[in-house]
Design a protein around this ligand. Structure first.
Ligand code: CA
Length: 219
């Protein structure tokens, strides 16, 4: 048995070393400096609007990784950098999942027009309504679901107006603007995180996110 265990341990160490090596190589070359930073005028933005670093999330309400990012990374970002006034954080809609993404986005834009704080509560709550990862392609974003989520997460908004805005697609132009930005900034996965014009290769690498923000703060 003993040699077998030794061989197993040796293989494990070798594989770990390769993974670590591969990871460090990715970190060196993976983040992409873009020609410019996405314009955040008319986008929901949290934090000090004069903060020197702008962080943009491109997110899709139907995307399981976005939900995971919002639950794992966003709270860290909020505590370390948004609440402390170091960054501005903006959310831009992505429509990779079609009609349902569009509907969620329309609702988000309408709520933001009514009450900017309510938008963030709704955004978080809608992500929480996602079915489990294995069934995320199931049809779930409906007007009824949105109204239920809005009523629970943002009870102070005018719900009748929200329903009207969704049905009349009042803020369609805002959603289409976001879609144009997705094209313009070549967003091809969600969530995509851009920090002062740099697209983060791995949005779940919080150390890397911190490093880019600190760099932008001149630290
Ligand atoms: Ca928008």
């Amino acid at each position: 048995m003993k040699p077998l265990i030794l061989i197993t341990v040796a293989i494990f160490i070798l594989v770990s070393a390769i993974v670590v090596l591969d990871h460090s190589q990715n970190n060196k070359s993976g983040d992409v400096a873009l020609a410019s930073h996405p314009p955040i005028e008319n986008q929901p933005t949290l934090g000090d609007l004069d903060a020197p670093v702008s962080v943009v999330e491109f997110g899709d309400y139907k995307c399981p990784a976005c939900r995971e990012w919002n639950e794992s990374i966003f709270p860290l970002l909020k505590k370390d950098f948004i609440d402390t006034g170091k960054i501005r954080f903006s959310y831009i809609n992505v429509l990779f999942h079609g009609d349902e993404s569009f509907l969620g986005s329309l609702a988000g834009e309408a709520i933001w027009k009514q009450d900017q704080e309510a938008f963030w509560a709704f955004n978080k709550a809608l992500y929480q309504e996602q079915p489990p990862r294995q069934s995320h392609d199931d049809f779930w974003i409906t007007v009824e679901k949105i109204m239920e989520v809005a009523q629970n997460s943002a009870p102070n908004i005018d719900l009748a107006l929200l329903e009207e805005d969704i049905i009349n697609m009042t803020y369609q132009d805002a959603v289409l603007l976001d879609d144009q930005l997705v094209d313009q900034f070549k967003v091809n996965q969600t969530p995509s995180i851009i920090i002062n014009g740099t697209m983060v290769e791995n949005p779940f690498d919080y150390d890397k996110i911190k490093e880019l923000i600190e760099g932008g703060l001149g630290n």
